[in-house]
Design a protein around this ligand. Structure first.
Ligand code: GUN
Length: 215
């Protein structure tokens, strides 16, 4: 694991938009964001009308949960884009995986991304590779403005204070755009549970990362 500290800076509060402070509430309202099941807030901003053949192995109809009206599992939209916002009240996106590749672009704030490379062979010592990095505007310090997560990897994220040197641990939230290729569908998405986390990274690392698993 890298040197990035994997500890929460902010504790989740009431998961209600109305309980967010005014500066954050106004961003949520202006962008028409809704609570995301992963944590944080989102809105879909684009769904390319171009349909492409699904590049993914078919999912048995019996395990298909309810889908968007008109969804045909043989096709995908060529891409979809969302705004995604984690805030001091809803400060983390819990471990989940998409089958599509996701391009992330930072608009404001700072945070940490944690990836579990579930699609790679186990490390020589056992367990999957874990990667973490800071996303933020200080590119000279190695913070990322843009990051790509290939399909098949579990991803979690959490909020960091905007200005760690200022002695005050505050944030106006981490606002990004995500573009998924091919476009997002729930049948291509899954969450990691505590048991799955242990199976991927072993008991010790699972204990360290358990707070990033959806309850
Ligand atoms: N609906 C629920 N979650 C998502 C997501 O992450 N992306 C898109 N495009 N739609 C969603």
């Amino acid at each position: 694991m890298s040197a990035v500290v994997l500890k929460p800076s902010f504790r989740p509060g009431l998961p209600e938009i109305s309980s967010e402070p005014p500066a954050i509430h106004s961003v949520i309202e202006a962008l028409s964001l809704q609570p995301h099941i992963e944590g944080g807030y989102f809105v879909e901003t684009d769904r390319d009308p171009l349909l492409v053949p699904s590049p993914f192995p078919p999912i048995p109809a019996s395990s298909l949960m309810p889908q968007r009206p008109g969804f045909n599992s043989a096709h995908r939209n060529a891409s979809t884009s969302i705004y995604y916002y984690v805030t001091p009240q809803s400060p983390q996106g819990n471990f989940h995986r998409n089958r599509g590749r996701t391009v992330h672009t930072l608009h404001r704030g700072r945070g940490v991304y944690v990836l579990i490379h579930a699609d790679e062979p186990d490390l020589p010592g056992g367990g999957k590779r874990i990667e973490s990095f800071v996303v933020g505007h200080d590119v000279a310090k190695g913070e990322k403005l843009q990051w790509i997560v290939e399909g098949g990897k579990y991803k979690a994220s959490f909020l960091l204070p905007d200005d760690p040197g200022a002695g005050k641990e505050t944030s106006d939230g981490l606002l990004i755009s995500e573009t998924v290729v091919p476009g997002f569908e729930f049948c291509d998405h899954d969450f990691l549970n505590a048991e799955g986390l242990r199976a991927l990274v072993g008991a010790k690392k699972a204990e360290e990362l358990a707070w990033l698993v959806k309850k």
